[in-house]
Design a protein around this ligand. Structure first.
Ligand SMILES: Cc1cc2nc3c(=O)[nH]c(=O)nc-3n(C[C@H](O)[C@H](O)[C@H](O)COP(=O)(O)OP(=O)(O)OC[C@H]3O[C@@H](n4cnc5c(N)ncnc54)[C@H](O)[C@@H]3O)c2cc1C
Length: 479
């Protein structure tokens, strides 16, 4: 359905829908152009949700980011360099296994001495890493459209023990996902590619390292070391706020996009429900940075096949539970990043970040803040509990792992994300192909969100910068 555009005083170069990190980065990359960012809620940041009360400061969405160069460049560009804080990379991560916390081995000698894995488990992993890997199961693979699940891929390469005790908790930590549903090729693309480079993961890693061109560190960026994690003194929300302040009046809060229609002039008419009235703008290009299920609704009338494929992306519910305890309530002092819990250990909580051990300024003297995640693809029934029950479930789990028996929590937050993180399940790449093919009939419409090519904040930044380059090229070609 096309519309005839009414002669408009101003046709935007780009309308960006959504003011999460994707939309704001995109807008910042295009800020020399005529742009508008529409955000349905009353705040910028999307998933990034920093909250505070007294001397407590915590995150209810993402907690930290890997300080990759593209992220650091953005931080410098928006004037946040002095606000950046980096967690000590030597802080260990722990896995809870059979009643004990075990540090995740970060080097071959640490793996050899680790008590997290048995000797047969270590040997199996070593043999697989060296390249003695059975081929993928042919029949099973063809039933799954040629794709392996994460459990199948890592089980074949490193054995069942590493998969259960290291891969499964890692998947909980990043995706709140299910290793039996996620596609290895989509969720662990770079790791899966190592198989084609070197047969085994170790040989593949060595060969890719050899083939990689050396990257000169940029002297204008803050110095970081591999393994460090970043945030800001005032929490992650500092980044969206800083970008939005540079964009000024181009960001419209409480502007919810309700419909999108192509015109005969190769532009799009977008209508918004705002706090006061209904608004309409015309734009040459439109980028939807909303979650897939919102993009599916908006595209239904104009790209129904893309819409159908977008509906298939699954976002399980996850609750972030932020509890504070006096230090005296802890079984032992917490020095580390946090702990993850394999699903087989009879503990409902997926994992806990030891927030105030990671970054300074998160808790008053004598207190520890713990941010736990519960729910996810293996436990969607979390939505049956109310906030009090969720806090209680997490507290009871923490009592088994970190706390003395009589510990009492100060509940800072229970944030239930009804649809949290998109799952890169089997068929992911194929769905994305369908979407891009169908959208070719709508030149100037772009999708840019975390349901493709990585969920982490630096992935969102890198993808948004790439999408901005595509849009610039498209707009140039239209002159
Ligand atoms: C609980 C949790 C923990 C996480 N932990 C980490 C972590 O520690 N580190 C990390 O790197 N990543 C983490 N992530 C992932 C990361 O936070 C997200 O991938 C990223 O923030 C997504 O940003 P985005 O801009 O693509 O989408 P979003 O943040 O979802 O932004 C989309 C925006 O679009 C708006 N919108 C929706 N519909 C409309 C409409 N019709 N009109 C206008 N606007 C609309 C929304 O209100 C929202 O502001 C976590 C995610 C969650 C949920």
């Amino acid at each position: 359905m096309t519309e005839t555009a009414t002669p408009s005083a101003k046709v935007l170069d780009t309308l960006i829908v959504g003011a999460g990190i994707s939309g704001l980065t995109l807008a910042y990359s295009l800020h020399d152009r005529q742009i508008l960012v529409s955000e349905s809620t009353g705040r910028v940041g999307g998933n990034i949700t920093t909250e505070s009360s007294g001397e407590f400061l915590w995150e209810e969405g993402p907690n930290s980011f890997q300080p990759k160069p593209e992220m650091l460049q953005l931080i410098v560009d928006v004037g946040l360099e002095q606000e950046l804080i980096l967690a000590d990379r030597r802080l260990p991560r722990f896995v809870y296994w059979q009643g004990k916390l075990h540090p995740v081995p970060m080097s071959p000698p640490a793996a050899i001495s680790s008590q997290l894995l048995s000797w047969p488990g270590k040997l199996r992993a070593l043999i697989g890493a060296l390249g003695f890997v059975p081929p993928a199961m042919g029949e099973q693979l063809s039933q799954q459209g040629g794709e392996e699940t994460v459990a199948q891929f890592f089980g074949r390469h490193l054995g069942a023990e590493v998969t259960e005790r290291l891969v499964t908790p890692f998947v909980s930590g990043v995706y709140a996902g299910d290793v039996n549903q996620l596609s290895a090729a989509a969720a662990f693309r770079r790791v899966v590619q190592l198989e084609s480079v070197g047969g085994g993961l170790l040989a593949g890693a060595i060969m890719s390292q050899k083939n990689r061109k050396p990257v000169m560190p940029n002297p204008n960026l803050p110095k970081t070391k591999p393994g460090e994690l970043g945030s800001f003194k005032q929490g992650l929300q500092a980044l969206p706020l800083a970008i939005a302040s540079q964009l000024g009046s181009a960001v419209k809060l409480k502007w919810r996009l309700t419909s999108l229609h192509p015109t005969e002039q190769q532009t799009y008419i977008a209508r918004f429900a705002t706090a006061e009235d209904v608004q309409q703008v015309e734009a040459r290009t439109v980028v939807l940075t909303t979650p897939a299920y919102v993009a599916a609704e908006l595209l239904q009338p104009i790209a129904s096949q893309a819409s159908q494929a977008l509906r298939k992306f699954y976002y399980p519910p996850v609750a972030s539970v932020v509890l504070a305890y006096p230090i005296s309530a802890l079984k032992y002092p917490l020095r580390g990043f946090g702990n993850l819990i394999p699903r087989s250990q009879g503990i409902r909580t997926l994992g806990t970040i030891w927030t105030s051990s990671l970054f300074p300024g998160r808790a008053p003297q004598g207190w520890q803040v713990l941010t736990s995640y519960i729910g996810g693809a293996t436990d969607p029934e979390i939505t049956d509990l109310d906030s009090e029950q969720i806090a209680q479930a997490v507290h009871q789990d923490l009592c088994k792992i970190l706390l003395k028996p009589d510990a009492q929590p100060k509940v800072l937050a229970v944030h239930l994300w009804q649809r949290a993180i998109p799952q890169y399940t089997l068929g992911h790449e194929q769905r994305w192909q369908q979407i891009t093919t169908n959208l070719q009939q709508l030149p100037g419409i772009y999708l840019c969100s975390n349901y493709i090519d990585g969920v982490a904040l630096p992935d969102c930044v890198l993808r948004a910068q790439g999408r901005a380059a595509d849009i610039n090229q498209y707009l140039q070609s239209q002159l």
